[in-house]
Design a protein around this ligand. Structure first.
Ligand SMILES: [Zn+2]
Length: 366
């Protein structure tokens, strides 16, 4: 008896072979894919699907929130699955989810054909100092403990500053609490990401040795020095700030808030270049909504990163910094392929001619 079922993703039961210039090095190399894994050695019976062109480690969104149907609302699993499908289809093979309304089930973190997910659990914030309905709220003295509990999948996230009632934007936790949290989270082998958009909280976070600064608006140069010293990285999410420009600079907003945002936005590209010049990895992250990764790559390029570095921010650099699969022998197979060099036209990144995500062909126009 036969039944009609939905077509499964293109299986890679037959081994695949690609030859091309592999970025970032750009040397012509062969890659095989067998049983969902990369092989750097020939695999018998493989089918050559790319005899030339350019091969990149699949894209990475280093700061995103998936499964969000409404701001402040619960995790929506049907939206989450749609988001993951959309990312896989556009060549995004991994995403770092920097805070969810609730913790994600562990079985969803690395599924065949789906983006690999890094997750920071529920973001930790101070009372009345984050989006209503979201976040785990703690007083200063419980910050370290809460972050350690949320870091069970390898990352936790602090909302280190927020809007003040008087129209400003300032720190939510003491320098001491941030220092204690970094020490506690590192002590259990996990990493800590910090949302910051004020110079005071940004400086505290960088001085404490956090692993990543998220947004980083108003981050002073001295904080970049500290970030470099401690080996941290920066995710500026510049495109989302560009998108917020019209609402944040509207005359209905308090004057202080408009000034804070306008000055931060103006200085944001300079911060990216300051980070690059200090050797700090700059990664592409989109925040919300889902699907703007190539816009962020284009923003990073406009901010002053070379096309090579801007693409790397959403691919090989991100994978190295986040310790994700990156086309080594035995790695989970996550790659995208183009007939031409995408660094010559970043728009090409929007539609890879071939995407293999989690070992399965997710998109192909070959
Ligand atoms: Zn975010």
């Amino acid at each position: 008896m036969t039944t009609h079922t939905k077509a499964p993703p293109t299986p890679t039961s037959r081994p695949l072979h690609l030859r091309g210039r592999i970025l970032p090095e750009g040397k012509v190399r062969d890659i095989w894919i067998a049983e969902g894994r990369i092989s750097r050695e020939p695999v018998d019976g493989s089918e050559t699907i790319a005899p030339g062109g350019w091969i990149l480690p699949a894209l990475v969104d280093a700061h995103v929130h998936l499964g969000i149907a409404e701001i402040g609302g619960p995790l929506d699993f049907s939206v989450l699955r749609n988001d993951m499908r959309q990312l896989a289809h556009s060549g995004v093979g991994a995403a770092r989810i920097l805070g969810s309304p609730e913790r994600l089930p562990a079985h969803m973190l690395s599924l065949p054909g789906e983006p690999q997910l890094l997750t920071a659990g529920v973001p930790v914030a101070a009372f009345d100092r984050f989006i209503s309905g979201w976040g785990r709220r703690v007083p200063d003295r419980l910050l370290a403990q809460a972050c350690a509990e949320e870091a069970r999948c390898g990352w936790s996230k602090i909302i280190a500053d927020w809007f003040d009632p008087d129209g400003g934007y300032g720190p939510s936790f003491s320098a001491h609490a941030i220092e204690a949290t970094v020490s506690t989270v590192h002590g259990i082998g996990a990493r800590i990401a910090v949302h910051t958009q004020s110079s005071v909280a940004g400086a505290r976070a960088a001085a404490a040795g956090v692993d990543s600064i998220e947004h980083g608006m108003h981050l002073p140069p001295s904080a970049l020095d500290d970030l470099a010293t401690h080996g941290g990285f920066l995710v500026p999410t510049g495109f989302v700030f560009e998108q917020l420009k019209h609402s944040m600079l509207d005359r209905s907003q308090p004057t202080d808030l408009r000034t804070w945002f306008a000055e931060g936005l103006e200085n944001h590209p300079g911060m990216v270049i300051g980070a690059r010049d200090r050797g700090i990895p700059v990664l592409a992250g989109t925040d919300l909504p889902v699907g703007a990764l190539v816009d962020e790559v284009a923003w990073l390029h406009c901010a002053g990163l070379s096309a090579h570095d801007a693409v790397g921010a959403a691919s090989w650099t991100s994978r190295e910094v986040l310790d994700l699969p990156r086309l080594r022998h035995g790695d989970r197979a996550d790659l995208i392929w183009f007939a031409h060099d995408p660094r010559d036209d970043l728009e090409m990144l929007r539609s890879p001619e071939l995407a293999v995500i989690g070992g399965e062909v997710s998109a192909a126009t070959l």
